[in-house]
Design a protein around this ligand. Structure first.
Ligand code: NAD
Ligand code: UDX
Length: 473
């Protein structure tokens, strides 16, 4: 079962960390990560890695050049590898059939065709990306349409890591899921992949399933996790109108061992590249299977998340006397969660858009997000009101600060968008003294000490908590 050379196509948030951990635990295996992006690979080969992930640098610096390599020589690396993981992006389709819901399998299709073209012998191809159910069947057709009769065995091995805790999640996974064909060659390939994981993962945590269960389980796991957040966020709206406290409710509910305490933190809305995309993918699958009730059930998780974001921005406008036009509002945090520089689908993006539609002036600070990334997001998500896109007023409307106190200066309101630890210990009296009055804080993550802030003089609005002005009593 031993394997000596593996590779991963796609050196992103999943491919890079996952392969680094395999390299660390399997010193006899040569692990190469390839990507079409030269700049991405250059960064992986530098001291300035392309993604921020606690603990990642240590692992990469320990293994790089020994048994971990980063390269753009995709074709030769494919030829040289026995197992090929594919971890390219699978975003939501933006055009054509299924636009806005279905997964765009363009990158996967290109990769499969290339493997079929350049491979010089049998290969195990592993689906690491999150994919619609039965993708393995389509990919098998593409792969086997080669005229050299090369056999490819396809496995599904979805990744469950969360950003910000990727190294921990990869080192101590709850489970490793491997889906394969029931055939002899299918089970042999499963055995090869198991051999790799057994270097550091307990046998009992390695689950073998059929291909379709494995592909579907990944979508379902993300849907269940996101559903918990939408559930508690829906209750946060009830709390704000009743005087119940959402953190107290979550604690009381989560202490039921059947429910459990995790993923019940109410927030301004979940973000990240996975939850929305994967639920939409599930919704599309259900619609395609003629199951509209099931599709509608899961779509509600997204609808509730959109509602939560809209509710937050509306609350800001309402508290600021129904006009934010020309007022400076500070967004603390632009990443979709702490300990990552990733901004994909971040709630901040949507709140910025909604506030700019009201003609607020936005100031943004994030300890890890590159200001260039914020500019890119503004373009990609069409955040600026259209008539302002070409005007010079854009600079007046949006500022990106590298100093958190400068970001808050002369602001009417501060919004905690990401739960970065550093925001808990800011010098709030100093911030208050340099803000416009009345000064507001909107805690979209419920991480601040609200009573202390009120003593300083802030008006505080927090998710799922009756604010002073709204309280019923
Ligand atoms: P990413 O965008 O960070 O990385 C994908 C990489 O693939 C990019 O660097 C891109 O240049 C490269 N690529 C695209 N086409 C290529 C090609 N033809 N040849 C070589 N390289 C190519 O994406 P990601 O966040 O790592 O996600 C990858 C997959 O893993 C997705 O399906 C995602 O749903 C899934 N996933 C992501 C996470 C997460 O936390 N980000 C967790 C679990 C699963
Ligand atoms: C998620 C899944 O957790 C992971 O298993 C999968 O492999 C990829 O998708 P990720 O998106 O990286 O991981 O982060 P996650 O910790 O799940 O957070 C997603 C979003 O939900 C973030 O915006 C986070 O702030 C938010 N969240 C999370 C809440 O609002 N409340 C919670 O209780 C938990």
């Amino acid at each position: 079962m031993e394997v000596s050379r593996i590779c991963c196509i796609g050196a992103g948030y999943v491919g890079g960390p996952t392969m680094a951990i395999i390299a660390k635990h399997c010193p006899t295996v040569k692990v190469t990560v390839v990507d079409i992006s030269q700049s991405q690979i250059d960064k992986w080969n530098s001291n300035n890695l392309p993604i921020y992930e606690p603990g990642l640098e240590e692992v990469v610096f320990e293994c790089r050049g020994k048994n971990l390599f980063f390269s753009t020589d995709v074709d030769n690396v494919i030829r040289d590898s026995e197992i090929i993981f594919v971890s390219v992006n699978t975003p939501t389709k933006k055009f054509g059939i299924g636009a806005g819901k279905a997964a765009d399998l363009k990158y996967w299709d290109i990769v499969a065709r290339n493997i079929a073209k350049v491979a010089n012998g049998p290969k195990v191809v592993v689906e690491k990306s999150t994919l619609p159910v039965r993708t393995a069947q389509s990919m098998a057709k593409v792969l086997h349409a080669n005229d050299r009769k090369i056999h490819f065995e396809i496995l599904s091995n979805p990744e469950f890591l969360a950003e910000g805790t990727a190294i921990h999640d990869l080192t101590y996974p709850d489970r490793i899921l491997i889906g394969g064909n029931p055939t002899e060659s299918g089970q042999k390939a499963v055995g090869q992949l198991e051999w790799i994981y057994r270097h550091w993962v307990d046998d009992k945590k390695i689950l073998r399933t059929n291909l379709w269960s494995s592909e579907l389980s990944k979508l379902v796991a993300n849907a269940f996790l996101a559903q918990r957040i939408s559930s508690i966020n829906s209750i946060s709206a009830v709390c704000e109108r009743t005087g119940a406290d959402v953190d107290e409710v979550a604690r009381a509910v989560g202490m039921d061992s059947r429910i459990g305490p995790k993923f019940l933190k109410s927030s301004v809305g979940f973000g990240g590249s996975c939850f929305q995309k994967d639920i939409l993918n599930l919704v599309y699958l259900c619609e395609s299977l003629g199951l509209p009730e099931v599709a509608a059930y899961w779509e509600q998780v997204i609808i509730m998340n959109d509602y939560q974001k809209r509710r937050f921005s509306r609350q800001i406008v309402k508290c600021l006397f129904n006009t934010v036009s020309g007022k400076k509002i500070t967004l603390l945090g632009f990443a979709f969660k702490k300990d990552t520089g990733d901004t994909r689908e971040s709630a901040s993006i949507y709140i910025a858009k909604q506030l700019l539609e009201e003609r607020a002036r936005i100031s943004i600070f994030d300890p890890q997000v590159d200001p260039g990334q914020i500019d890119q997001d503004f373009l990609e998500y069409s955040i600026l009101p259209t008539e302002l896109k070409s005007g010079e007023r854009v600079d007046q409307l949006v500022t990106k600060e590298t100093d958190v106190y400068a970001a808050c200066e002369n602001s009417h309101a501060i919004c905690i968008m990401t739960e970065w630890d550093m925001f808990r210990t800011l010098d709030f009296p100093r911030i208050f003294s340099r803000m416009e009055k009345p000064a507001f804080i909107f805690d979209g993550r419920n991480i601040l000490k609200h009573d202390e802030l009120r003593k300083i003089g802030f008006n505080v609005f927090a998710i799922g908590k009756a604010s002073a002005s709204d309280t019923l009593f």
